[in-house]
Design a protein around this ligand. Sequence first.
Ligand code: ASP
Length: 303
Amino acid sequence: MFAIAVHGGAGTLSRRDTSEEQEQAYRAGLSEALDAGYALLERGAPSLDAAIAAVCVLEDNPLFNAGRGAVLTRDGAAELDASVMDGRTLNAGAVTGLKHVKNPVALARRVMDHSPHVMLVGAGAEEFARLQGVELVSNEYFRTPVRQAQLHRLLEGSAEKENDLVAFGTVGAVALDSDGNVAAATSTGGMTGKRWGRVGDSPIIGAGTYANNEGCAVSATGHGEYFIRTAVAHDICARIQYLGVPLATAVDGVLNGRMKQLGGNGGVIAIDRSGNVVLDFNSEGMFRGVATSAGRRDVAIFR
Ligand code: ASP
């Protein structure tokens, strides 16, 4: 049994404002990411490789808020965060505040595999990237006209709706491989108009990303501050370990419990060793997809 699930963020679009073509483009992007990860799992590759391959595809796709097409800071720059975690070893890697690394998730993996650390920040992380021979690009590579327009609307105060301001579009993947190991990966540009070096949940192990074979693997998307405060990804995992509840119950308890009461919204994808996959959110929609060796294959946006 093997399986992979991906997300492309929770709630940038409302059903009312989404055209048929837009919907098709998002679905195609999610499918392409699923295919990349699934092909690796089919060849017996580890779940972490599959999750990272899927996230790289989404980072390269300008529709999603990660890598190319990331949302912009108040200063008009792209500033990227990512993290990965291996549920077999509990090894993890994370990077934040990157401005030139083409695929932040791949650098997070290198932090895990080739440094004694878990998390590297900004200029230091980019110095490490150079030493590792990771592909670097100019900040312009990440900036698309759509994101520039979003920032403009935010700065002039004409963003029509909350989602225009925050533009959740973070990407992530969780996978289970045929050896029974789970893994998670998440990558983001954060939130539109962020400043002062703001860091969200995506690169925080335990908040936006977590994986432990004894519980599950989780990748989150949503209003990061709330996900950090309630340690969403780790809490889901811990409920399975300590309470013995099913994956869906653990996810529901966290998304619709304290986090929601505090005002947080967003969603998660999660997978456990038995191949259960949950894609759940308390927002209007979440770009998401799942493919399993048992034949389940589905890509969806709205509820
Ligand atoms: N969680 C991300 C952050 O707060 C945003 C998102 O999911 O789109 O940085």
